[in-house]
Design a protein around this ligand. Structure first.
Ligand SMILES: Cc1cc2nc3c(=O)[nH]c(=O)nc-3n(C[C@H](O)[C@H](O)[C@H](O)COP(=O)(O)O)c2cc1C
Ligand code: SF4
Ligand code: SF4
Length: 253
């Protein structure tokens, strides 16, 4: 049997949560990176006895579109999966239910689902420092409950929050641009999950392709990429109320 993680984590928050869960479980997990725009995910084939952790961030209360497209290529073949949605302390709305539907469409059997909080990847002042020690403890408790269900071979369907049809997907609209510190190293273009940055000229970013994941901004070694400051301030103000009250990790069995 295999333990596998399928992770879409442009700026690392989702990965941190997945790592806590995987470490809590205690097995050797192999990882497939769903942000890899050049990978052929149709080659990933599971068996019924495998356990798969599928982890994505919430974007506007939905699963990021490229993560859906890549997951849909994978063959679940009855393997059981744990769904993980990571959000920036506002809300995750239809993310888990959409991830559930996608996983079932690929042939997975959903064992459990987790919603956890990580630092907001656009507005870093919200959920700063999360997942924290308390989140780690909650996630370890979740792992114990999920393990009990796994050991009991229970096939109880998981009831998840969210609505169908899902809420309308909203684009972030914030497209980072390269500024004067840029040395044309090409890292941002190589790492962009949707190949929105021109490799020939990193000043050119395709705003239609960009999903505002902020990986290019966070990973630029020269802090040369940034988004429009006025738009950022407006977004911070609009989300202040909903992002400020700390949310807790939840799990569904
Ligand atoms: C385009 C975009 C949309 C987001 N929408 C939400 C949201 O609706 N609710 C929320 O609480 N956090 C939202 N976030 C914050 C992320 O869900 C959160 O920071 C997550 O940890 C990012 O994952 P990553 O660090 O693996 O990239 C959004 C972030 C981005 C980049
Ligand atoms: S990673 Fe930064 S320095 Fe390198 S090409 Fe991109 S913007 Fe320029
Ligand atoms: S260009 Fe857009 S999609 Fe690509 S890494 Fe930057 S923010 Fe993410």
């Amino acid at each position: 049997m295999r333990y596998s993680e399928l992770i879409f984590s442009p700026t690392g928050g989702t990965q941190k949560v997945a790592d806590i869960i995987a470490e809590g479980w205690g097995a050797d997990w192999e990882t497939a990176d769903l942000t890899d725009a050049s990978a052929d995910f149709s080659r990933i084939v599971f068996q019924k006895e495998d356990l798969v952790l599928i982890a994505v961030p919430s974007y506007g209360g939905r699963v990021p579109e490229p993560a859906i497209q890549r997951l849909e290529q994978i063959h679940g073949n009855g393997a059981r999966c744990i769904l993980v949605c990571v959000y920036g302390n506002r809300a995750y709305e239809d993310t888990l239910i959409e991830l559930n539907d996608t996983a079932e469409k690929c042939g997975f059997q959903v064992l459990a689902a987790v919603a956890a909080i990580a630092e907001h990847s656009i507005l870093h002042q919200y959920a700063a420092g999360r997942p924290n020690r308390q989140d780690e403890e909650s996630l370890r408790s979740a792992v114990e409950k999920i393990r009990e269900k796994w050991n009991s071979a229970s096939e109880t369907p998981v009831q998840l929050p969210g609505n169908r049809p899902y809420k309308k997907a909203g684009g972030g609209g914030l497209v980072p641009k390269a500024g004067k510190n840029c040395v044309n190293c090409g890292l941002c273009a190589a790492q962009c999950p949707v190949q929105a940055i021109s490799r020939a000229n990193v000043q050119n970013t395709d705003a239609k392709k960009c999903i505002s994941c902020m990986r290019c901004e966070v990973n630029c070694p020269h802090t040369a990429r940034s988004v429009n400051k006025a738009m950022l301030s407006a977004a911070a103000l609009a989300l202040k109320k909903s992002c400020s009250v700390p949310k807790e990790c939840e799990w569904f069995l």
